[in-house]
Design a protein around this ligand. Structure first.
Ligand SMILES: Nc1ccn([C@@H]2O[C@H](COP(=O)(O)OP(=O)(O)OP(=O)(O)O)[C@@H](O)[C@H]2O)c(=O)n1
Ligand SMILES: C[C@](O)(CO)[C@H](O)COP(=O)(O)O
Length: 247
């Protein structure tokens, strides 16, 4: 039984930056924008390449997307199995893994290309804590801000209430499940789910929550690019942070 990684490469997604941002190449999908001198997805893939226990990494891209051909590395292979929604891309990736000899019992880690700050250590922690779990699990971050519900009111959006936050976590990726059960769960859940864990939850299962980190955010808003670049700038090769070297 092995463990594989499927990095959802962005498939049909285009650059999500809705406001003009001169530092970014306008025609380039988000996952290929340069961050600290490298396309974003290569930072993501470097973290997976640093995990020795993985049997391989599949990058799911949109058909006709040849961007990664110029960055080919033995650490990953590219499959044009991307679909219109994230869940479609993940299904395509899981089927491609099975077609290449993976077994339904094998573990798979599904990761967002846009979570380019994940570290090899976080991936290893997830694998460690899920390896003997009957369901699998995901990296997640306990909510620290006060949580408001919103609804339309006089003059626009207004607070509808303050929600209990002590049991709330922000779902991150990677998310680790066995290939066969995950494939079946997503097929049954349909394409509108926003993560793999929710497909497993719909089966009545309770995925394990493994603490991730605040830096493992999904690069989404224009400001996120600068923040991600700043985080990368204070890391050194090998995944250690600069400040841990000066103690
Ligand atoms: N058709 C799609 C859409 C998304 N993804 C994956 O899902 C991740 C998150 O989707 P993304 O479009 O990046 O979401 P947002 O950051 O919320 O961006 P936006 O909603 O602004 O497009 C991407 O990094 C990509 O790995 C995918 O594989 N296939
Ligand atoms: C999988 C995910 O990153 C967990 O937070 C998130 O749900 C992806 O959502 P998106 O709307 O496809 O970006």
């Amino acid at each position: 039984m092995g463990t594989r990684a499927a990095a959802a490469g962005g498939a049909a997604s285009s650059c999500p930056v809705s406001a003009p941002c001169p530092a970014l190449a306008p025609a380039l999908p988000k996952q290929y924008q340069l961050l600290a001198g490298r396309p974003m997805v290569l930072h993501t893939l470097a973290a997976f390449a640093g995990v020795g226990r993985l049997l391989g990494t599949l990058v799911a891209v949109a058909p006709g997307d040849h961007f990664l051909a110029q960055h080919a590395q033995p650490a990953f292979f590219v499959v044009p199995c991307g679909g219109p929604r994230r869940a479609d891309t993940v299904l395509g990736g899981l089927r491609a893994l099975l077609a290449r000899g993976a077994q339904p019992d094998d573990w798979v880690l599904v990761h967002d290309a846009a979570r380019c700050l994940v570290t090899s250590g976080q991936i290893e922690a997830l694998m460690e804590q899920c390896a003997n779990d009957s369901v699998g699990g995901l990296l997640a971050l306990r909510l620290t801000d006060t949580l408001k519900a919103a609804s339309d009111g006089p003059g626009g959006l207004r607070v509808a209430g303050t929600l209990e936050r002590s049991d709330k976590w922000l779902a991150q990726t990677p998310q680790m499940f066995r290939i066969g059960p995950l494939l079946a769960a997503i097929e049954q859940a349909g394409g509108d789910i926003t993560d793999e864990a929710s497909a497993m939850e719909a089966q009545g299962l309770r995925p394990r929550l493994v603490p991730g980190g605040a830096q493992n955010f999904k690069v989404t808003y224009p400001d996120d690019f600068a923040l991600a670049a700043a985080v990368l700038a204070q890391r050194v090769p090998g995944g250690q942070r600069a400040e841990s070297l000066v103690r």
